[in-house]
Ligand binder design. Structure first.
Ligand code: NDP
Length: 430
């Protein structure tokens, strides 16, 4: 896999086959461009379908996650995301690799009522009947028991009336479900709708809605890494200085929401790319992650960088991740299925942990760039090809323009146009 990024497309896929990262069958499917979404499937996925909107899928390299070498399929339109992830993967692999944890992976369904007269008594009644409620929920989707999942417990909450929002008091029952390998939106929605009438019969009140919550606080995943500062040095800065500046940047992202949002956007560059590659619902994970970032009332960084007693840089990320390894888009999309094969068919728990590691890596790469050379140096070098295409370069001229752009002081479309013009003129003259 060495210098994978320098290989041609044909060499890349040959290397994947030779290193057994993909099977012979996938090699042929890739070579013959047969892993895309067929029209007849796409037409059944959404309404009013007219065509496929292609995005590139690339592989981030060098990741060691829980002692396993892992190739990360990423779908992104943004140049430099995959290079940055691979770079951070390499730095972390030189020390400990990523270590991840996830205890539970449960989904919350909400049964929301208003006009419940005695919320305290209602909560007690529901607690007494919790076995019956779980039984009814499971009866609405019995196959989940065969997969080792099922409704596990209930909790109740009262959301007070608030004159600012003019809302009445809400009484909420949380149905907490183990959806096994599924993301579980459909399973949990079915269950909440099925038990709603029983709940009202028991405690009175009026139904407002029955639906899952994407604030997946029962599916929190953590990843961590330790980095020897020597692996952080750049041409102009020693590793210890880089480490200390990363720590300060991390502290800053904890206390200033203007920075925290950008910090977390960088994290989601990696997480979203892997979510899309695996056919998962990126909007669900995004919404939950951002809410989690604001869980103490202020929006903060999802990551934390500090120093351990040996002077190693210590990185941590913690966020809710609600995904599936079955169902949803994955059940139909050939590219998503291919991504799973690249990842060696992880369970939903394993994929959640890989996602957290990728988010942490992406954050490391961004912080390192920002506190050393600045983000634009690496970014614009990788944007050069996109810029060349934008100004009209074709075929081999794309790389020729991009190469010359690397040395230009101002890497913008004006410069790219001039370079292309000179190249075309040179070719015409000579
Ligand atoms: P699916 O209904 O597509 O997939 C779950 C189904 O997969 C299960 O019902 C089960 O079907 C089958 N299955 C096979 N093996 C397993 C296993 N080991 N564990 C669990 N199930 C298994 O999707 P989800 O319920 O997971 O919902 C996800 C989809 O819902 C996503 O596409 C998402 O975008 C969408 N969605 C999201 C919402 C949100 O986030 N707010 C709202 C509504 C929809 P069977 O029992 O028949 O075998």
């Amino acid at each position: 896999m060495k210098k994978f990024y320098k290989k041609s497309h044909a060499e890349k896929i040959k290397t994947l086959k030779a290193t057994k990262a993909i099977s012979n069958e996938d090699y042929h499917l890739l070579k013959n461009d047969q892993l895309n979404l067929p029209t007849e499937l796409a037409d059944r996925m959404i309404e009013n379908y007219i065509l496929n909107y292609d995005l590139p899928l690339g592989l981030a390299m060098n990741f060691i996650i829980d002692e396993e070498k892992t190739l990360i399929p990423m779908v992104t339109e943004e140049p430099s995301v995959i290079a940055a992830a691979s770079n951070a993967g390499k730095i972390v692999a030189q020390s400990t690799g990523f270590h991840t944890e996830m205890d539970e992976r449960l989904v919350i369904g909400q049964i929301v009522l208003k006009n419940v007269d005695h919320p305290d008594q209602a909560a007690l009644k529901l607690k007494e009947k919790s076995e019956k409620i779980l039984e009814l929920a499971n009866a609405a989707h019995p196959s989940i028991l065969n997969y080792g999942g099922g409704a596990k417990r209930i909790e109740t909450r009262v959301i007070a009336a608030d004159p600012i929002y003019h809302n009445p008091e809400f009484f909420v029952l949380h149905l907490i479900v183990d959806t096994s390998e599924a993301m579980g939106a459909n399973i949990v929605n079915t269950m909440t709708e099925a038990i709603s009438a029983y709940i009202i019969n028991l405690i009175g009140g009026e139904s407002l809605m029955n639906i899952l919550s994407n604030y997946a606080t029962e599916s929190v995943v953590k990843a961590a890494c330790l980095i020897n500062p020597k692996d952080l040095s750049t041409e102009t800065m020693d590793g210890e200085k880089v480490r200390d500046r990363i720590i300060e940047a991390s502290q800053y992202a904890k206390v200033d929401p203007y920075r925290a949002v950008t910090n977390n956007k960088g994290i989601m560059n990696g997480i979203d790319a892997l979510l899309v590659a695996t056919g998962n619902d990126s909007r669900a994970v995004e919404a939950g992650a951002h809410a989690y970032a604001a869980r103490d009332g202020q929006y903060r960084a999802l990551t934390n960088w500090s120093k351990d007693k040996n002077g190693y840089l210590k990185g941590k990320i913690e966020l809710p991740i609600s995904i599936g390894s079955v169902g949803g888009t994955l059940s139909v999309h050939p590219t998503a299925q291919f991504s799973y094969r690249i990842l060696k068919q992880p369970s939903a728990n394993e994929l959640s942990r890989i996602l957290a590691a990728v988010g942490l890596a992406q954050n490391l790469a961004a912080l390192k760039a920002i506190v050393t050379d600045g983000i634009q140096k690496g970014h614009m070098n990788l944007q050069a090809r996109a810029l060349a295409i934008r100004v009209g370069a074709e075929a081999q001229n794309i790389d020729r323009v991009a190469e010359k752009l690397q040395d230009a002081e101002y890497k913008n479309s004006e410069t790219a146009k001039k370079i292309l013009f000179e190249i075309l003129k040179e070719d015409q003259d000579g």
